[in-house]
Design a protein around this ligand. Structure first.
Ligand SMILES: NC(=O)c1ccc[n+]([C@@H]2O[C@H](COP(=O)([O-])OP(=O)(O)OC[C@H]3O[C@@H](n4cnc5c(N)ncnc54)[C@H](O)[C@@H]3O)[C@@H](O)[C@H]2O)c1
Length: 257
């Protein structure tokens, strides 16, 4: 197969959750530029519509749908509507995250809320979308975890700022990486490949003190930029990665090299 064909997502039906978010909007753009038929699903329809309008100015068409992944009926409704409207699903990019917890000492209720969305809900939507992909003869799932699912936080980075690294995030992102490996084996007989990306921090107006401490530790000397995740998500979604299954790719500029 020609390499351009292997990297193309032409006519693939692709769902990304939270496609209006920071990393989400960059991946949504990449998947559409690679000629996929892209659907973003989110509880924040207004924000998702705004991103779809921005993409339209770049000549990209994005389909917007509602989902709250913590609500099983909402997940089933999304699954049905994709089946009805598009006839199948080829790629699922599992990108959504909620951040109810901000600090280590926050109440347990916030940890539970996080798990409801980021663990139980994430499991629910993945299982349902995997079913849709398997029923069509196979495809790919790309989980978006974090370097914080692999490593402990460097709390010195946050000193003197309002920032912190909340514990629930490390917990469910670590779970997502382990779940990737489970699914890679579970779904391989159905020709569904499952891989994971663990990004580092994407610059989005962080305090100067944090940024200068952070970039000093990164061999590439900067935080992640808006285009850094585009190639990787298209690679893992496409035939270019056909023999990669159950892998977690750290994308941190060498911070943990
Ligand atoms: N931003 C970073 O620096 C960074 C670093 C490492 C990993 N990540 C990971 O990248 C992914 C995207 O992060 P981001 O910073 O772009 O996030 P973001 O906060 O900008 O967007 C997250 C999206 O998740 C969606 N969402 C929230 N609750 C939901 C629910 N109940 N059901 C369905 N969707 C819901 C929302 O639509 C929201 O746009 C996440 O998985 C995150 O953990 C981000």
């Amino acid at each position: 197969m020609h390499i351009k064909e292997m990297q193309s997502l032409k006519n693939k039906i692709i769902l990304i959750t939270g496609g209006e978010g920071l990393y989400g909007s960059r991946m949504l753009e990449a998947l559409s530029e690679a000629e996929g038929i892209v659907i973003t699903a989110s509880p924040f329809i207004e924000n998702a519509n705004k991103v779809a309008i921005q993409m339209k100015t770049k000549g990209l068409h994005i389909n917007v749908k509602y989902v709250d992944q913590s609500d099983h009926n909402s997940v089933l409704f999304l699954k049905d509507s994709i089946q009805r409207e598009f006839g199948r699903l080829d790629v699922f990019v599992n990108n959504a995250v909620a951040r109810p917890m901000k600090k280590y000492l926050d109440p347990l209720e916030l940890f539970a809320e996080s798990m409801r969305i980021n663990a139980i809900g994430m499991f629910d939507i993945t299982r349902e979308m995997a079913d849709l992909i398997a029923n069509n003869g196979g495809g790919t799932i790309v989980n978006i975890a974090s370097m914080q699912g692999m490593f402990g936080a460097d709390f010195n980075l946050y000193e003197g700022t309002q920032m912190d690294s909340p514990p629930d995030y490390h917990f469910h992102k670590g779970g997502m990486i382990a779940f990737t490996k489970y699914l890679a084996r579970k779904l391989a007989p159905f020709k569904v490949r499952v891989n994971c990306i663990s990004p580092g921090g994407l610059f989005s107006g962080h305090p100067d003190t944090f940024v200068s401490r952070y970039v000093q530790k990164v061999p590439l000397g900067r935080m992640a930029g808006p285009d850094d995740i585009k190639g990787l998500v298209v690679f893992l979604a496409s035939e270019a990665s056909a023999y990669i299954n159950g892998e977690n790719i750290l994308m941190d500029g060498g911070l943990h090299a």
